[in-house]
Each structure stands twice: as structure tokens, then as C-alpha cells.
Design a protein around this ligand. Structure first.
Ligand code: PMP
Ligand code: GLN
Length: 461
């Protein structure tokens, strides 16, 4: 029975906080109405394209983490305060109702302030002249840039190469577009301890290319492994893209989450690659405000035109004040990024913090008897739990072990993680890769400390 107590709980917890806008009575009515609708005889068939789509891992595991009040190292978002210089900018706009331009629709393809600063930055990174008015498209998060790119370029039956493990939305998005996702699975050496030991079998990739292959998706820095692709690896991918005339989607949302002397090579900066690449970025990631849901696609005019055709009829324009605040944040940080990196959020603020957190989580995982695979970038880490697994007898018919283990860890030990087999598409690969968990280390110290207590206990069991 769904009671007022459940409502209050759901309203208090993070992912459902939007429901706190409703009174518990209204919310309860909503639930009851939808339940009585479910009991009616009206049962239309949804479009076939949605047929085999179960709840995504984010839906299942974020809900579970909230319900169990677990320490949440699952979904990737920072839980410390957002950078104040960024939120101040939005606050400032919100205090000026008379500034109508900040509160009404703005230019459909992106606020001029934002596309100008993005074009300036990416002209620097790619070493080409990016035209702000034609070669940048602002979207609702990187998610929609990705989706537009598939919808805009993939015809029924076109094949899209996806390097696995892969961020879980690529596969369904390609299928929604009528395309055929073709996985190219990375190898990880036995006993590996570094994300750099994930390697692409380029011969295998080439064998999978035929006259239907249209596109290659590259995610760098990589989610879920934390691998930062080397220049040599990217050059090899560039060679393949050129040889087979592929469009490249470069999902580089973690482009600023790189530390030490690690070199972030943006794919579009490689010789000849700008013309065939749609690069995708995210303000949510760059400025640690994932809830602002602002992203962009950058690429030559001809590659962006189909994305714009979809955007203008589906979204038309993104939130104006958010675009303005992000534009101002880049305007403030970019000169420092170039000339005073120590004081730049994007050059040092983010990455300095992340490196320490990565090291802390790796130590904690070792104490808990996990084998961490140390990432070089991003904010995720994989860790092998095989030693623990031996005592757990997890196997079930329906789910790969890591799903069962992650649910157990969340329910029984109050630590939320993500099962990485969700980042593989075939049953075979899911089963082969179900001995790990993915953890997000971009969490405040209190959260990491609470996780440490759990991991230490686990290590002693
Ligand atoms: N790509 C990758 C690899 C991601 O991890 C994410 C995480 N959200 C996205 C795209 C989507 O980003 P956004 O929140 O800006 O839509
Ligand atoms: N990109 C984040 C992650 O990988 C968040 C995903 C999501 O909530 N859809 O955890």
C-alpha cells in the first residue's frame, strides 16, 4: 500500500526532489489516478522502437540508493557544493527580472554569448577557426547532442561502431534512430590495475566495417573505465575513420577532468579530423552542475545542419539564463585557463580535487578487498570484487553477477555502485564482464569517509 509516509520519503530524497514541489496529497492522488488507469481495459501498443527497453541503470540504481539511504558512489554527479562563482552568475540573473533578454526565449541554436565563447575555446583546442553561428549547437545536455547526431545521420540499417564498454545511452539511441549498433569490445589484461590497460583491437574493428558502416563513436575520457585514449590510439582511429569514410562522434564530456601531465587529445584536433567529427561537450560536467543540463555539439556546418533540423522542431531553444550564466563562467575562466592555470577552475580546480579523491578511493577499495583499476581521467573507477564474490554465491538466471552484487551491496551494506555489465550490449560480454563495480569518486570527503567505513568492514568479513 502506497501511503503518505512513502510520499514524504520520496519527496525528501535527491532524485525525487522535484516532487517536493507537489503537496503529498496531490502526489498521492497522482499515483492513485495512474494506478486506476492501469487497471482499465484501455491497453494501446507503444511504438515498436520502445519495445525492448527496460528501466535504465540510472532509474533502477538511483532509486535503490535513495530508498535504502545508501552512501551513493553510484550515479555520476558531485555531491559537494557547486562552484560558487558559477551559481553566483545565475543568481545575479535571477535578481534582474527587468533584464527581459535573460528570461525570454533566446536564439534557437544557442545564446550568442555562449556560442561565441565556445567557438573561441574550441578554435584554440582544435586549431581551426570554429564559426560560432554555424558550427556550434547548444542542446539540453550532452544527451541530446548525441541523440540528434544519431537521428540526423543514421538511416534505417546504417551501422554505428561503438567501443565497449560504452556509455549506456549510445546503444538505445542508435536503435531509436533505426540504426544498428556494432560493438567493438576493448580487452583488459588479466590482473590489470590501470584503465590504460583497456585496449582496442583495431583489426577486429576493421573486420566489422562494411558498406553499411556510417559512424564511429569515441568517448574520451571514457565512462565507465576512466581510460584516457593516447594520441597513438586516437591516430589509429582517425586512420580507420578516414579509410572507411566514417563520421565520428567524439563524446568528450569529461575533457576537463584530466590531471597530472596527462594529455587530453581532442579528436577533432587530429589532422583532417575536424571535417568529419561532431564533438560533444557538457556544461554539467565542465562546471560540476549536472542538473543544469546544458550541452553542445561542435563541428563543421554541414555536419551540424541535420542536428539543427531536429533541434528547431523538438526543443527550439535551451534555457536562456542557464546559457548566459555558463557563458559568463567560461568568459571568466578561459583567460585563466590560458594564462594563469593555477587559478582556473577548468585547468586546475577540478582536476586537482579529482586526483586526490581518486587516490583516496583506490586506497579504500584495496582495504575492502577490491582490486581497483586506476583511472587516468574522468570521475569513475572500476573495481574487481572477485575475492568477495567467492563467499557470496550470487549467480541468478536473469541478471549478470554484478547486478546482483550491486543490489546486495546497496541493500545490505548501504553502499550504492553501478554494475558495469550494463555498459556492454551482448549477453556474452555482460557475463564475461560481471566481476566489477563502477564507483564515482567525485564526492565530498564525508561521503567518501562513510564509504570507507563500509569498505573496511567488508574487507574484514
Ligand atoms: N556522455 C557521457 C559519457 C556521460 O557520462 C554523460 C553523463 N551524463 C553524458 C554523455 C550526458 O551528459 P549530460 O548530463 O550533459 O546530458
Ligand atoms: N553520466 C552520469 C553517470 O555515468 C550520470 C548518468 C545518468 O544519470 N543518466 O553516472
Amino acid at each position: 500500500m502506497f501511503t503518505r509516509k512513502h510520499v514524504l520519503f520520496l519527496q525528501k530524497t535527491g532524485p525525487f526532489s522535484v516532487l517536493s514541489m507537489l503537496s503529498s496529497k496531490t502526489f498521492l492522488n497522482l499515483v492513485r489516478t495512474s494506478r486506476s488507469r492501469m487497471l482499465s481495459s484501455f491497453s494501446p501498443k507503444p511504438a515498436e522502437r520502445t519495445a525492448d527497453h527496460a528501466a535504465s541503470i540510472w532509474v533502477e540504481f538511483t532509486t535503490l540508493a535513495a530508498e535504502t539511504k545508501a552512501v551513493n558512489l553510484g550515479q555520476g554527479f558531485p555531491d559537494s557544493p557547486a562552484p560558487k562563482f558559477v551559481t553566483d552568475l545565475l543568481e545575479n540573473l535571477s535578481k534582474q527580472p527587468e533584464l527581459t533578454a535573460a528570461h525570454q526565449y533566446t536564439r534557437g541554436y544557442g545564446h550568442p554569448m555562449l556560442v561565441y565563447i565556445l567557438a573561441k575555446m574550441y578554435s584554440h583546442f582544435y586549431n581551426v577557426q570554429v564559426d560560432p553561428m554555424n558550427e556550434v549547437l547548444v542542446t539540453v545536455g550532452a544527451y541530446l547532442s548525441l541523440y540528434y547526431a544519431f537521428l540526423g545521420w543514421v538511416n534505417k540499417g546504417d551501422e554505428v561502431l561503438i567501443i565497449e564498454p560504452a556509455y549506456d545511452c549510445y546503444y538505445p539511441q542508435v536503435k531509436f534512430a533505426g540504426g544498428v549498433p556494432v560493438p567493438v569490445v576493448m580487452n583488459l589484461a588479466e590482473g590489470a590495475t590501470s584503465a590504460s590497460q583497456f585496449t582496442i583491437d583495431f583489426d577486429d574493428m576493421e573486420k566489422k566495417i562494411n558498406n553499411k558502416t556510417k559512424m564511429l563513436v569515441i568517448n574520451n575520457p571514457h565512462n565507465p573505465t576512466g581510460k584516457l585514449f593516447t594520441r597513438q590510439e586516437l591516430e589509429k582511429l582517425a586512420e580507420i575513420a578516414k579509410k572507411h569514410n566514417l563520421i565520428v562522434i567524439a563524446d568528450e564530456v569529461y575533457e576537463f577532468h584530466v590531471w597530472d601531465k596527462n594529455d587530453m587529445v581532442r579528436f577533432a584536433s587530429l589532422p583532417g579530423m575536424y571535417e568529419r567529427t561532431i564533438s560533444i561537450g557538457s556544461a554539467g560536467k565542465a562546471f560540476s552542475v549536472t542538473g543544469w543540463k546544458l550541452g553542445w555539439a561542435v563541428g563543421p556546418k554541414q555536419l551540424l545542419e541535420p542536428l539543427k533540423a531536429i533541434h528547431q522542431n523538438c526543443v527550439f531553444t535551451c534555457s536562456t539564463p542557464t546559457q548566459m550564466a555558463i557563458a559568463q563562467a567560461f568568459q571568466l575562466d578561459w583567460p585563466k585557463f590560458l594564462n594563469d592555470p593555477k587559478n582556473s577552475y577548468l585547468a586546475s580546480g577540478l582536476s586537482g580535487e579529482l586526483r586526490d579523491k581518486r587516490d583516496k578511493l583506490a586506497r579504500m577499495l584495496e582495504e575492502g578487498n577490491f582490486r581497483p583499476i586506476i583511472p587516468d581521467a574522468g570521475y569513475f573507477m572500476l573495481a574487481d570484487y572477485s575475492h568477495l564474490k567467492e563467499g557470496l554465491k550470487l549467480a541468478t538466471e536473469q541478471d549478470p553477477d554484478d547486478f546482483v552484487f550491486s543490489r546486495w551491496l546497496c541493500r545490505e551494506k548501504k553502499l550504492a555502485v553501478i554494475p558495469p555489465s550494463a555498459f556492454y550490449s551482448s549477453r556474452e560480454q555482460k557475463e564475461k564482464n560481471s566481476n566489477m563495480v563502477r564507483l564515482c569518486y567525485f564526492k565530498k570527503n564525508e561521503t567518501l569517509d562513510a564509504a570507507e567505513v563500509i569498505l573496511k568492514k567488508l574487507g574484514k568479513e
